[in-house]
Design a protein around this ligand. Structure first.
Ligand SMILES: *Cc1c(COP(=O)(O)O)cnc(C)c1O
Length: 229
């Protein structure tokens, strides 16, 4: 474990190898293929020296939850390493949409009409093709953003046909104190109804469950990088 008192170097390379093995095992248990599951390494709060070891190891897909933080560290790394794929996994304000379109390859947190509209306009303006996920508030939690399950299918359709956004799939963050499987199952069902087949679900504590329920990408932070301070 990460030793905060002496700031001993945390072995993220070893942690990532162990997680890969767990992904492989969870996938095969569900009759799925390892290559169908994308590991998004959530590097929020961690800095370049902590990210470098797993970049060198070949990890290329990363998640950040804040535009400003991502902008401070990723452009340099994107020059040094080819084919980095950056996912925005935190809520986005309209006034950061231009920067988000410029910096990210996938935006996973479309959660309202206005942000769909602004992102579509910006992507067009910058002539950049991104992939998007609609975030669903499966637990109807007031403190969490996302479309309600009831409105999800219609909202996805509107993003596609009215805003012409390339909606790849759905994303959710289940309530911390509930069985995540129920939420993953709901997300999968809504996705099928909307004609989508990609599901961003599962974090450090529940990614194996998410894989069993059909996750195509999992967002893992602390299990790779250690505890966030
Ligand atoms: C921080 C974060 C994660 C990663 O959480 P861990 O528990 O550290 O794996 C995943 N998804 C979102 C949306 C996050 O903000």
């Amino acid at each position: 474990m990460h030793d905060e008192s002496t700031n001993t170097r945390y072995d993220s390379v070893n942690a990532l190898q162990q997680i890969s093995a767990k992904i492989e095992k969870a996938a095969s248990k569900s009759g799925r293929s390892y290559s169908d599951i994308t590991l998004v390494a959530v590097s929020k709060t961690f800095d370049t020296p902590e990210i470098l070891p797993i970049l060198k190891m070949g990890q290329r897909v990363f998640g950040e939850n804040r535009v400003q933080e991502a902008k401070a560290k990723w452009p340099t790394l994107q020059k040094a390493f080819l084919n980095i794929q950056l996912h925005l996994i935190g809520p986005l304000q309209s006034n950061k949409a231009a920067e988000a379109i410029q910096l990210f390859d996938v935006i996973e947190t479309i959660n309202r009409e206005k942000i769909a509209m602004v992102l579509a306009q910006e992507a067009k303006k910058q002539d950049k093709r991104l992939k998007f996920y609609v975030q669903v508030n499966t637990g109807l939690e007031p403190q969490k953003s996302g479309i309600t399950p009831q409105d999800t299918v219609a909202f996805v359709r509107r993003c596609q046909t009215f805003h012409h956004l390339d909606i790849e799939g759905l994303m959710c963050i289940p309530p911390a104190d509930e069985n995540p499987g129920l939420h993953f199952a709901l997300l999968e069902k809504l996705g099928r109804e909307a004609g989508l087949s990609k599901f961003s679900m599962g974090m450090s504590r529940d990614f194996e469950t998410a894989i069993a329920f059909g996750a195509t990408s999992i967002r893992v932070g602390s299990a790779i990088f250690g505890h966030r301070i």
